[in-house]
Write a protein that binds this ligand. Sequence first.
Ligand code: NAD
Length: 419
Amino acid sequence: MSSLDINPFESAKKKLIIAAKEINLDPNTVNFLSRVEKSLIVSIPIKMDNGSIEIFQGYRVHHSTIRGPAKGGIRYSPEVTLDEIKALAFLMTFKTSLLELPLGGSKGGVCVDIKRLSNAELERLTRRYTAEIINMIGPDIDIPAPDMGTDAQTMAWLMDTYSMQKGRTIPEVVTGKPIEIGGSVGRSGATGTGMFYVLKALCDKMNYNLGSMTAVIQGFGKVGSVIAKKLYDNGIKILGVMESDGGVFSPKGLNIDSLLDWKNQNNRLGDFQGNSTREITNEDLFSTPCDIIVPAAIENQINSSNAADIECKIILEGANSPTTSKADRFLEEKDIIAIPDILANSGGVCVSYFEYVQDINAYFWDLERINNEMRHILLKAFGEVYNLSKERDVSLRTAAYVIAVSRLAKALELRGLFP
Ligand code: NAD
């Protein structure tokens, strides 16, 4: 559980309950969606490089397969718990429904500090984890992807292990793979690229001039670094960037190209020398007056203890569940617009879906087609969410959940209950 003692699964369910009230949803549907379909806890024994044996705990959870095979990432982090994975699987169900992808929601994770493991140990961990969850994954069952602490190489090991067990190469078992073995162009930057499309769409509606805005970003990994570069290239002044082991701030704006080079060479942000640059903490970051705050790290970072200090126009949720329900209420009172995670960061699952479709058809698209089709799907979802939020006078988050849950309820009704 997080340091704020917020159970992540209970916190995720609150968003469903708010949306359910808004449309008087059948309590049976709420009850159905308040549980996960299946969860598996596995022990993963690994021979470490020094000959000792360590046992790690891993999870795979299917929240819902009502609308199609489950889809969701794999997280490697020392903070991973079953409740966190259940919450993340739940979010995936609503994200795929919001985008109308023919998929459900799942998530997996291993409780491990990857900084302690060598590359060979990580490979053994990934292969054994894959073997342990093998009956829960598959192209028509559940298709994993990268999340925090995992990357294209992790997905390559997973695909190879699965394929070896099945006796043939099955690229479509996982997305976010390297391009050379069935990955898609545009997947690695898709989440950040999609975030920018949605932010731009909101700014157009609000008549905000993006080029004159300022931003701060928490997280400079696969999501945070891509959105940082997109914002920087579009003239937005990035005042601060924060990672788990420190952050940097400059009132004149950080040079993101130099910061990316520095991070590549040093694997951290601290000691970066830029124009008037100094080091900062997460508290400083979230209390910096600016136009856009981008949480792109972990859950519950915007909460009742810091929401009162937040002074911005827009929160662009790159991370999953970065804002607690209590903080949401504060933000609404202050007219701060949160672009909810299930919309803001959905470019990742959107291009993952394209990767899956390309693998199944053994026919690959170019980057222009990927970005055009992603923009089309994301802007359609944005338009629906924005219009509903105006129609019902609710937040973008509640509107997004109302749309997603309505589709899930319809699918449930059409399928009926077995037996
Ligand atoms: P990553 O492992 O590549 O990067 C995580 C970043 O968060 C790192 O910069 C890390 O230092 C930072 N971080 C971790 N704990 C922190 C803390 N306490 N304070 C400040 N910074 C901290 O992970 P990622 O793939 O970029 O994922 C980031 C978030 O985005 C997660 O919530 C993930 O679920 C979500 N997300 C990722 C994708 C994707 O395609 N990778 C898609 C949708 C959502």
